[in-house]
Design a protein around this ligand. Structure first.
Ligand code: ADP
Length: 284
C-alpha cells in the first residue's frame, strides 16, 4: 500500500443475516488523514459495516480493504495498526489510569509513550486515580487513550460522546482535533449531527443498508438542501422565503421585526434526507 492509497476502500459491500439484508451494496473510500463520519438511524447498518472493517464480522459479498489488507484476513500486525473505541467498554477498572495504559501499551509493537498518551487525553492529574473513580467523561478519555496507545493509523470512534454534558463534549472535540492534526485517520459514528459537522471532513449517510448520500460535510444533501430561509414578522404574522441571495432579500425588506437568516444545519439536511428515503421506501 502506498501513502496515497485510501486507508479504507469498500466496494459493493453486502451483509445478510439469514434472509435479512443489513448492508445492501455500499461503496466508499476514506483517505489518509481524513475524518469520515458514518451517519444513519438505528438499524441502518453502521455497526455491521464497521465490524466488517474491524475484522470482527464476515461479509456476505463485496470488497473491503483496510490499510491495504482484507479485514477478513488481517493478522495481529494488521490489528495493531487499528485503534478501536467501542460504544462503552463497561470496564470499571480497579487499576489506575497509568497502570491500565502501561499494561495495554505492552500489547503493541510500536506504542505511544504512556506519558504522551495521558497528556493527549488530558488526564495528567488523574493518572494515579483508579479508573472506576473517574467521572463518565474521564472514563471515556481513558477509552480513547486505550484506542490510541498502540499508535494506530486508523481510529474507529463509535459514538464517543454519548452521555456527555455540553462542556465535556467540547473538550472531547478538542482532543479529537488534536488527533486529526497529528495525522490519524478517523472513522466516526455519532448520532450528534453537530459533532459530525464539527469533526468530520466527509460524511456518508446510511439508511436501510444503503448509502443514500456521501460527500464533504458542507456539501451533503446538495446545493438545493442548503438554500437559506429568510424569516421575519409582519403585521403579527411569521413570514419566510427560501432564497439563494438572502442578503439581497434582507436589503429589500428593510426594517422588519424578528428578521433572521437561517442556514440549514447538517442535522436539518440529514433529517430531510433520511425522511425522504423512508417515504420512498414506504411507497416502493
Ligand atoms: P446500526 O449500527 O446502524 O444501528 P446494525 O448494523 O447494528 O445497524 O444493524 C443493521 C440491521 O441488521 C438491523 O436491522 C439489525 O437488527 C440487524 N442485525 C444486526 N446484527 C444482527 C445479527 N447478528 N443477526 C441478525 N440481524 C442482525
Amino acid at each position: 500500500m502506498t501513502t496515497t492509497d485510501p486507508v479504507v476502500r469498500v466496494r459493493d459491500l453486502r451483509k445478510s443475516y439469514g434472509g435479512f439484508t443489513a448492508v445492501d451494496g455500499i461503496s466508499f473510500d476514506i483517505e489518509r488523514g481524513e475524518t469520515f463520519a458514518l451517519l444513519g438511524p438505528n438499524g441502518a447498518g453502521k455497526s455491521t459495516t464497521i465490524e466488517i472493517l474491524e475484522g470482527y464480522r464476515d461479509r456476505t459479498s463485496g470488497e473491503a480493504s483496510v490499510l491495504g489488507t482484507d479485514p477478513g484476513k488481517g493478522g495481529l500486525d494488521w490489528k495493531a495498526k487499528l485503534g478501536i473505541v467501542l460504544q462503552s467498554t463497561g470496564e470499571s477498572g480497579n487499576v489506575t489510569v497509568r497502570e491500565q495504559l502501561t499494561h495495554f501499551a505492552g500489547f503493541y509493537p510500536n506504542p505511544r509513550s504512556v506519558d504522551e498518551t495521558i497528556a493527549a487525553v488530558g488526564l495528567e492529574s488523574k493518572q494515579k486515580t483508579l479508573i472506576r473513580k473517574l467521572s463518565g467523561g474521564q472514563q471515556r478519555r481513558v477509552d480513547v487513550a486505550l484506542g490510541i496507545i498502540g499508535n494506530p493509523e486508523l481510529l474507529f470512534l463509535d459514538e464517543p460522546t454519548t452521555g456527555f454534558d455540553p462542556e465535556a463534549r467540547r473538550q472531547f472535540w478538542e482532543l479529537i482535533r488534536s488527533l486529526k492534526k497529528s495525522g490519524t485517520t478517523i472513522l466516526l459514528t455519532t448520532h450528534y449531527l453537530d459533532e459530525a459537522a464539527q469533526l468530520g471532513d466527509r460524511a456518508g449517510i446510511i439508511a436501510g443498508g444503503r448509502l443514500i448520500d456521501i460527500g464533504r460535510i458542507d456539501e451533503i444533501g446538495g446545493a438545493d438542501a442548503r438554500i437559506p430561509v429568510v424569516r421575519w414578522r409582519e403585521k403579527g404574522q411569521l413570514k419566510e422565503e427560501r432564497t439563494t441571495t438572502p442578503a439581497a432579500l434582507v436589503a429589500k425588506l428593510g426594517e422588519k421585526d424578528a428578521l433572521e437568516i437561517i442556514r440549514p444545519s447538517l442535522e436539518d439536511i440529514y433529517i430531510d434526507l433520511v425522511g425522504r428515503h423512508a417515504a420512498e421506501e414506504a411507497t416502493a
